[in-house]
Design a protein around this ligand. Structure first.
Ligand SMILES: Nc1ncnc2c1ncn2[C@@H]1O[C@H](COP(=O)(O)OS(=O)(=O)O)[C@@H](OP(=O)(O)O)[C@H]1O
Length: 406
């Protein structure tokens, strides 16, 4: 008996033919689905990479971008200040950028820009938080083309240690025209021998008009740093977050204590000779706070107008106000406002309603805002006395009374 077949078709030749067509069709369908899936995965992956900025296809704007390909032309030319800092970029890119995850955080003590635990997340309350979060733009495949280029930083947060430098950088990164390296590069103090090409390679990619930034608080007290930064580009903008030097010293000590609980007391480290009241200025916790002395070295290489001094205290009491000044200084549109912040009572500090690349509230981590040990009031008084003349000099030099001696 003949096997069942399609009407009019030969039972032995028609069936294998349709089967082979069907198989080919299935094969094509599978490969189509696989390539779609691969594209989809790549697009997703793109959005989870911290480094590259991917732009809209085919703009070709990089060829004449400032600082591009000028390593051979000498370091001074490398960090040209973006002329088009105010230039508008396509909305699609801006929306996409809001979806970027934060860049890697610093290691060690600097690790922490962490998401709030549910218990800590008291929430910003109300609406209108920060930037609106949109779905990834259509045509994500177009973003797969890696655009932008790595530039040497045009602005650096050079200090001071324990001043609030991490908070400032993380707040600034909310700005769509700021791209910053998360970890502290320590190029101008520890890794200068590695060269500018190495340094530039650490930077995230930027599009024309975006500012590249980094923060390394030890630069402020590194003797060689001013000349080295000036050699890279004399136009580099310098930001210094300063804080009451006494509180700063205690904060510095608290950090060391958290790593080495067996160190001597703050009181004993403060003095060379306690009964004589002689302060040990060779102790780095004390030395860093003599801001006027360190500033003198910078002023040999940079005009004061190229430096911005941010109050560490105001960065906590009025983050939006300080961020306004910083955005002005950097020539940025004032995009970061009080809408971006809320005060987290549990943390005791202002936090972001939405950090860069996230839609959730974010506070700095546990290593920021540590509880300080109680310090002998007499020692604190003596330290205040010690710092007063240096503070007054610093107020004079910067034209700004930070109110530590009021
Ligand atoms: N929003 C917010 N959240 C948490 N902490 C904040 C914030 N703003 C400023 N600060 C203060 O930042 C201090 C740490 O300064 P730095 O980030 O410069 O420290 S470091 O030098 O990078 O280690 C840290 O010092 P301690 O309080 O002594 O831990 C904070 O007081």
């Amino acid at each position: 008996m003949a096997p069942p077949g399609r009407a009019g078709a030969h039972p032995t030749s028609a069936e294998p033919l349709s089967r082979s067509i069907f198989r080919k069709f299935l094969l094509m369908l599978c490969s189509l689905l696989t390539s779609l899936y691969v594209f989809y995965c790549l697009a997703e992956r793109c959005q989870t990479l911290s480094g590259p900025v991917v732009g809209l296809s085919g703009s070709g704007e990089e060829a004449g971008a400032p600082g591009r390909g000028v390593l051979a032309g000498g370091p001074r030319e490398l960090a040209a200040w973006p002329a088009a800092a105010q230039r508008k970029r396509p909305l699609q890119l801006q929306q996409w950028r809001r979806h970027r995850p934060p860049a890697p955080r610093d290691d060690g003590d600097e690790a922490a820009w962490e998401e709030e635990t549910p218990g800590l997340a008291l929430g910003p309350g109300g609406s209108g938080a920060g930037s609106s979060v949109a779905e990834p733009p259509p045509g994500t495949l177009a973003l797969l083309l890696d655009e932008g280029s790595k530039q040497l930083p045009q602005a650096i947060i050079i200090g001071v240690k324990k001043g609030g430098t991490r908070a400032l950088l993380e707040f600034l990164r909310v700005h769509p025209d700021v791209r910053a390296v998360g970890a502290e590069p320590h190029f101008f103090d520890r890794s200068y021998h590695k060269g500018l090409a190495w340094y530039r390679d650490l930077m995230p990619r930027t599009l024309e008009g975006q500012i590249t930034m980094e923060k390394t608080p030890s630069y402020f007290v590194t003797r060689e740093a001013p000349a080295r930064i000036s050699a890279m580009s004399k136009d580099t903008k310098l930001i210094v977050v300063v804080r009451d030097p006494v509180t700063r010293a205690i904060s510095d000590y608290t950090q060391t204590l958290s790593k080495r609980p067996d160190i001597p007391t703050f009181e004993s480290l403060t003095f060379k000779n306690r009964s004589a009241g002689l302060i040990d200025t060779s102790w780095s916790a004390i030395q860093i706070g003599i801001y006027a002395k360190h500033l003198e070295h910078w002023l040999r290489h940079f005009p004061i107008g190229q430096m911005l001094f941010v109050s560490g205290e105001r960065l906590i009491s009025d983050p939006a106000g300080e961020l306004g000044r910083v955005q002005d200084f950097l020539g940025l549109k004032r995009i970061i406002t009080d809408k971006h912040f809320y005060f987290n009572k549990t943390k005791g500090f202002p936090c972001l309603k939405k950090a860069e690349g996230s839609s959730k509230p974010h506070c700095l981590g546990k290593t920021k805002g540590r509880t300080h040990p109680d310090i002998d009031r007499e020692v604190v008084r003596r330290l205040r006395e010690f710092y007063r003349p240096f503070n007054l000099k610093f107020y004079q030099m910067t034209g700004h009374d930070f109110g530590w001696d009021g």
